[in-house]
Design a protein around this ligand. Structure first.
Ligand SMILES: Cc1cc2nc3c(=O)[nH]c(=O)nc-3n(C[C@H](O)[C@H](O)[C@H](O)COP(=O)(O)O)c2cc1C
Length: 386
């Protein structure tokens, strides 16, 4: 672990929960960046709403099951991981701590999980891979200039990335009032080495405004399933689609031949009124069948949340903000601590539920008198349970 990401002992002795880390991070980070991470679109009701949905799913334990060994292993895209949670892509991690992307990748490596590197990472994908040797997935947008995407795909392959994660839920960027109020467009110390070379940055004027303009010019609202086909045609790497919410799109994704889907509403950062991704899980699982890889993210904050998602049909979950808080508090060690808290909570919950392996989980471990958990849109949230 490099000195840049070494915390003092004291830094990590106090925070116990994921929420403690957010409180500490709020004190340490520049206000505009903290608000960028914590914030969301519109009225920012998404997080509370996703939490209400998750919290409304109560667990039902089984007893006298003799489950003395607890194994939380999962198999994703041919690799086995000790726990079913991965790190979601977050832009501009260089503002959370020095060499934030490498620091996060080192935490992933040490814990034994995957880190999804954002297209808008502060460090070049090859550098992150060399410094960490972690299992990396590369998150992508298909920009209007296909060469930018093609070049990043090539570099991701060379870096040894194990998958490409195509984000499909951003034909336009959500209206984020916190960022408008704070004037945040991109960090002061920004670089986008996965999108623009240093020379191309310099040509564009090297200011956050000019790069912001470039990114919005490149945003592509004309994408269709044909573009997913194009991405699959330029790389042998498995492609995951991030940002699926409807069972229809989940079905089309399977037909398009992608390796899996990430059920996500982008952490509420796009449209505040979107459905909770977790609420769509069981109907999406019913639509795509048992063999399709389904990951989910959005408001997952504890080991019991992981149990809820897996019981509803997810193979594993992703988290973004809690890992950024960990990084802000203590670099690699902070992010690692977040992963270890989740691991302890997950295994403790499995022990108390009487579950030895994740494959035993299913809707029978959940209870909500107002939600049918097995199939169809009946499982989608409605005013009933709120
Ligand atoms: C600060 C921040 C930056 C993000 N950047 C990206 C990104 O570059 N690409 C992407 O697909 N999703 C991005 N996301 C969305 C996350 O990957 C993820 O879908 C969402 O935040 C999960 O919810 P959670 O933060 O409640 O765990 C970002 C989220 C945050 C909080």
């Amino acid at each position: 672990m490099s000195a840049a990401v070494m915390p003092s002992r004291k830094t990590l002795s106090r925070p116990q929960t994921l929420a403690d880390f957010e409180q500490l991070a709020a004190k340490r980070l520049p206000k505009d960046y903290y608000n960028y991470v914590a914030g969301a679109a519109g009225d920012e009701s998404d997080f509370a709403y996703c939490r209400r949905y998750l919290d409304s799913l109560r667990l039902v334990h089984r007893v006298l099951r003799g489950s003395h060994t607890i194994d939380a292993q999962c198999s994703i895209l041919g690799s086995t991981y000790t726990h079913p949670f991965m790190i979601a892509p977050s832009a501009y991690l260089g503002s959370a701590c020095k060499r934030g992307d490498t620091a996060m990748a080192l935490a992933a490596k040490e814990f034994g999980t995957v880190f999804t590197v954002s297209t808008l990472a502060s460090e070049e994908i090859g550098a992150v891979a060399r410094a960490s040797k972690a299992d990396l997935w590369q998150q992508l947008y298909i920009y209007k200039d296909r060469e930018i995407t093609r070049d990043l795909v090539r570099r991701s392959q060379e870096a040894g990335c194990k998958a490409l994660v195509l984000t499909v839920d951003q034909p336009a960027v959500g209206i984020r009032y916190r960022d408008r109020k704070s004037g945040f467009t991109s960090p002061r110390d920004f670089r986008l080495p996965n999108v623009l070379s240093a020379a191309a940055m310099a040509r564009r004027g090297n200011t956050s405004a000019s790069v912001g303009k470039f990114l919005s010019e490149q945003r592509n609202a004309t994408l269709t399933w044909k573009d997913v086909e194009w991405l699959r045609s330029i790389s042998p790497l498995p492609v995951l689609l991030k940002g699926i919410l409807s069972r229809e799109d989940a079905g089309l994704a399977v037909q398009s031949g992608v390796a899996g889907i990430i059920v996500s509403n982008h952490g509420g950062r796009q449209l505040d009124a979107l459905v909770s991704p977790v609420a769509m899980l069981s109907s999406i699982r019913a639509a795509v069948g048992k063999d399709t890889l389904i990951l989910v993210d959005g408001g997952i904050r504890s080991g019991t949340d992981v149990i809820r998602c897996i019981s509803l049909g997810a193979n594993a979950v992703l988290l973004a903000r809690p890992l950024v808080w960990g990084l802000a508090v203590a670099g690699t060690a902070g992010a690692l601590r977040i992963l270890n808290i989740l691991a302890e909570e997950l295994k403790n919950s499995m022990a108390i539920l009487g579950v030895s392996r994740l494959s035993e989980l299913g809707p029978q471990y959940l209870f909500n008198p107002q939600i049918r958990l097995d199939s169809g849109y009946a499982a989608a949230p409605s005013a009933i349970w709120l």
